[in-house]
Design a protein around this ligand. Structure first.
Ligand SMILES: [Ca+2]
Ligand SMILES: [Ca+2]
Length: 210
């Protein structure tokens, strides 16, 4: 009985993000920890299901907490098309998913949007390390360059819109292929050595979404 009471108290204390339920379209940013699903921002993962389990008395206090912790480190793949190997990790409370399918950057971004995000923004060394630890393979990231620019290094931005305050270009990159900016390489991927290279958006890579 004590366990049931604690479970009910825990369920009562579980407070969904008050910003959940915001209308959104695939690709729109939702508040941290949420994803755009069925037209509204919703809490990511299945934490709610665990809260519901607790409320329904289907989980004890201890198992409920264990489930919630496990769910906090996993992400949903719902909406993501990936025929190859697929994985996920949670970095700084945000979900990253990755897929080994070799696709062009526009195709990769379209898949990320169908999942409810974008190609991954990497905003800090912590993001970089977290993603690379979970997914050391090459992958498109959400770093793109505007089309008419003066130098290979100018005009890069995150598709998801965050300010560019961190970069991790490989030595000599970005180079637009030949060091002369003519729009040849406008997309970026992280390499197997965990540095970034600019490359033609029409080449194929696996990809990481966030
Ligand atoms: Ca370029
Ligand atoms: Ca390059």
């Amino acid at each position: 009985m004590r366990g049931v009471v604690l479970g009910i108290l825990l369920a009562a204390c579980y407070a969904p993000d008050p910003q959940s339920g915001i209308p959104c379209a695939p690709g729109n940013l939702c508040p941290e920890g949420q994803r755009c699903r069925t037209g509204v921002c919703q809490p990511d993962g299945t934490v709610i299901d665990d809260a519901q389990k607790l409320a329904d008395g289907q989980a004890t206090q201890d198992s409920g907490l264990a489930d919630a912790r496990a769910d906090a480190t996993a992400c949903s793949f719902a909406g993501l098309t990936c025929a190859g190997s697929i994985g996920s990790t949670r970095c700084n409370s945000l979900c990253f998913v990755f897929c080994s399918d070799g696709v062009t950057e526009p195709s990769a971004e379209a898949r990320c949007q169908a999942w409810g995000g974008h190609l991954a923004s990497i905003l800090s060394q912590a993001d970089e390390d977290c993603l690379n630890n979970a997914h050391p393979d090459a992958a498109w990231i959400g770093h793109v360059q505007a089309s008419v620019l003066l130098s290979p290094a100018a005009g890069w931005s995150w598709i998801a819109g965050q300010p560019v305050t961190y970069t991790n270009w490989s030595t000599g990159q970005p180079d637009d292929g030949d060091g002369i900016e003519n729009g040849a390489e406008q997309c970026a991927y992280k390499s197997t050595t965990n540095v970034w290279l600019d490359a033609p958006c029409t080449t194929v890579n696996g990809f990481a979404c966030r």
